[in-house]
Design a protein around this ligand. Sequence first.
Ligand code: PFF
Length: 451
Amino acid sequence: MTNRATFGSKLGVILATVGSAVGLGNIWRFPYMLGENGGAAFLLVYILCILLLGLPVMITEFFIGRYSQRNAAGAFKALAPGSKWSIIGYNGVLAAFMILGFYSVVAGWTLEYFVQAVTGSLGGKSAAEFTADFERFSSGVFRPIAWTVVFVALTHTIVISGVKNGIERASKIMMPLLFLILAILCVRSLTLPDAGKGIAFLFNPDFGKITSSAILSAMGQAFFSLSIGMGCLITYSSYFYKETNLQRIALQVTLLDTLVALLAGVMIFPAVFSFQIEPTAGVELVFITLPNVFGQMPFGAVWSFIFFVLLALAALTSTISLHEVATAYVLEEHKISRAKAATYVSLGVLVLGVVSSLSLGIWKEYTLFGLSFFNLLDYVTAKIMLPFGGMLICLFVGRRIDRKILKAELTNNGTIPFYFFHTYAFFMKYIAPVAIGFIFLNELGIIKWMV
Ligand code: PFF
């Protein structure tokens, strides 16, 4: 357990963790989930899930990772030898593969769009034409797959160069730039005709829209966006320093992640209403809305180029963290080299990526529970595996870990205060697991509490 890699600087620690959290989940998935689940009511439930479930689970993952100094599965073997708790880690490693299987496809789309910004024309097209363009592209065979392969190759290259060099460096430049461009695009979107309708959709809740499936979607989105429930933050925090203030990092990451999602909402929804796009368009929402916004800006192609480069980078810092969960597990538990472990992971991801890309095009007819392979991977991971993992993580620490050890780790042996430790411990031990279980049972129809 000694001589493990660590991040190279304190700033690197926070940047890499924010880099994992901020990604397509905030800018692509959050607006499309919000659009599908009734707007402001979803936002309200989402924020509650972030605060009441997300934050305690994140702090708990940080505890497990830094205390055990192991990968997502190894951590449970080290802390509870011979027990079945390591199932949490296997659930996480599997989720990492599955998320990468659809996330890399969407990340590939961002590459297509940034190349199109350089070569294609944005001007003179209607919203319907942008939608048709997207559908033609995403249902094709060669181009989306080629971009997926490029994206997986980029991720692979950074992961084999190790934690310090790869992950940190990639996160450092991108985050401030991403904030800046999101703010600029928000201003453009807010000054479009009919922007007010989008803002009302985003901030004026219709409580009748809080259904059990909207709650499950909001909870899944909270877990997905914060990168929790699958051991990603266990893996990253195992590389943290002993002096790192875990509580502060958790708060900072949660706030920044939520801020980016809100900015993405403000960037997208005024434009959605202004260009009369359906908020329920689903996975394509962001990709059919933004070209319209760029088309309305002077030097639209330049803005579009900058935006998609940054979005691709934000996606990359997240795919790196997902890949690292699986790679760290294979390398540490099976004692093979980093390069070999990463290669196995990348090959597995490519297979899933190809199938999920084709499932939006020529294999559209093959569905399971009415979902394409792409949507199935998304549904099963975000709405089932991550909250389930989060629930078990809380139960594990609540049951198996001595409170004194927990407190010592989270206060760096008493050197920093943890004012709300009892509140945190209560939420982690009781509220989070019970609430997650309740939402599951309600959605499955086993208990009937709401429609
Ligand atoms: N949080 C990332 C995003 O919002 O794009 C996605 C993600 C990364 C999910 C890492 C899970 C994870 F472990």
